[in-house]
Design a protein around this ligand. Structure first.
Ligand SMILES: [Zn+2]
Ligand SMILES: [Zn+2]
Length: 234
């Protein structure tokens, strides 16, 4: 069955995202846009994932995720079927975070919210910075916990595996690559991988409509994770 997804969305926890990227606004906008599944992928943190899942309450699938910035300045999307595994991953990542404080009036707010969109906390360290872990280490940590890792926006000139390394390392088991736009003139260079397109929304209006469809057997988080894991090139 084909489902419409947008698996790269930032909440108000990411300093660069709008403050109105609240759990309720994200879920309601995604439903309005006709999506079947979304993922919350804040920079180096997952503190708003649970609130978004609670708000969704089965109306739309919410894949637990995080966008980690490795020490090579590469953005990797890490997805987990189970929030417990994501929280465990997050607990490890925290030890390798830069302790540079956020300056909200320069970088933006880093709000932690509950399911009523109430601000219940704020992350003090700047989340939009590299963690002291390599690409290989992040992949290993995610895979050990049953997660999948997707190099983010590889068609962008910064913070992408191509901008930083110039190639996709073959030893890390990447099978899916994320693009920020559909451009067959570019994606044709990456045959042998599945391709996914996401909004990387930092504002509500940027969330995708029914543009990116994936074909899964079982409409569930397990089904989505299996889609990432099954190496069937399309
Ligand atoms: Zn990114
Ligand atoms: Zn992003």
């Amino acid at each position: 069955m084909k489902i419409a997804v947008d698996l790269h969305i930032h909440s108000a926890l990411s300093p660069c995202a709008d403050d109105d990227m609240t759990p309720n606004n994200i879920v309601n906008m995604a439903i309005l846009k006709g999506l079947d599944a979304i993922a919350i992928t804040d920079h180096n943190s997952c503190d708003n994932v649970k609130a978004v899942m609670k708000v969704a309450d089965g109306r739309i699938l919410v894949l637990p995720g995080m966008e980690v910035q490795t020490k090579e300045d590469v953005h990797l999307l890490c997805y987990f079927e189970d929030t417990k595994d994501l929280l465990d991953f997050d607990g490890y990542i925290r030890h390798f975070m830069s302790q540079v404080p956020n300056v909200p009036h320069i970088f933006g707010n880093q709000y932690i919210m509950d399911q009523e969109d109430q601000i219940i906390g704020e992350r003090k360290e700047l989340l939009l910075s590299s963690v002291d872990l390599s690409i290989e280490q992040v992949v290993q940590l995610a895979v050990q916990r049953g997660g999948v890792v997707v190099p983010a926006h590889i068609d962008r000139p910064s913070y992408s595996i191509i901008s930083q390394l110039g190639f996709i390392p073959s030893n890390l088991g990447f099978s899916v690559l994320e693009f920020s736009k559909f451009d067959t003139n570019y994606t044709m260079y990456y045959q042998g991988f599945k391709h996914i397109y996401s909004s990387d929304a930092h504002q509500l209006g940027q969330i995708l409509e029914r543009e990116m469809l994936i074909d899964i057997h079982d409409v569930s988080l397990t089904g989505i994770i299996q889609w990432f894991k099954n190496y069937t090139v399309i």
